[in-house]
Design a protein around this ligand. Sequence first.
Ligand SMILES: Nc1ncnc2c1ncn2[C@@H]1O[C@H](COP(=O)(O)OP(=O)(O)OP(=O)(O)O)[C@@H](O)[C@H]1O
Ligand SMILES: [Mg+2]
Length: 279
Amino acid sequence: MSTIWARERAESHPKEQPKLHLKHVTRLFQTPNGPLTALDDISLNVAEGEFLCLVGPSGCGKSTLLNLMAGLDRPTEGEIWKDGERLDGPATDHIMIFQELGLFPWLTVRENVEFGLRMRGVAKPERQARAREYLRLVHLSHFERSYIHQLSGGMKQRVALARALATDPAVLLMDEPFAALDAQTRDRLHEELERIWTETRKTIVFVTHNVREAVRLGDRVVVLTFRPGRIKTALTVKLPRPRHLEDPHLALVARDLLVQLKEEISRSAKEEYRDEESG
Ligand SMILES: Nc1ncnc2c1ncn2[C@@H]1O[C@H](COP(=O)(O)OP(=O)(O)OP(=O)(O)O)[C@@H](O)[C@H]1O
Ligand SMILES: [Mg+2]
């Protein structure tokens, strides 16, 4: 076992009750070409306050898995438990952040952050105070009156993050939130997200295609296989925080994971090629 990473069973987290517990989760979809097994027998624990990263090739079921964790979709087989209770509907204290963000262009930055609170019936003065607090946390206080189109991509991401955090979710589910950003902006957002996570100790499940990003952020990194999505590897990253993308130790851990990911990407490419040949 290395001092900077350790391979382990994805469901192992011995001491406490996990925040999320996935037990033999399978998700089948009916498609015009017949049934498709998007996820197959996923058993996985997410500990309270853990930062878990999910990596896998396109189409391996990452978004499907996040939807299941949010309670927005149900497994075909298997069970999902949250805080020791079976999850069988949308989890109101889980919140998703998508790559497309879903910010409202007709609302100001602050109104966007207030939106979730308004939906929950929080009174205006408290809403405004909380929105300001979270805009401070993501360093956007000066832009509270701006509209979304007046912001850069990185700033929009921070608004989405502030909006999600303002509702004080127990679990933050992030689906490739930084994929469309340039490297410098992403770097800065990694720092901010790590700082916010350290301050708030939210449980975070973060999906990415990028292995280095996963090692930069995650306490653990889980690699999924391509179709059906199964757990290929689960790795605990033991590098101290704050971490830096340029750290050679980080690159070393990422390299091992990249080999695993590349195997799956080449499987997915072969399958597409075969589909085209037979189609
Ligand atoms: N509602 C649905 N109906 C039918 N098939 C679906 C549905 N949702 C997802 N799938 C299929 O399940 C598989 C996994 O999809 P999913 O979106 O979870 O992948 P992903 O890992 O998030 O991919 P990407 O990295 O491209 O976002 C894909 O083959 C997809 O076509
Ligand atoms: Mg996806």
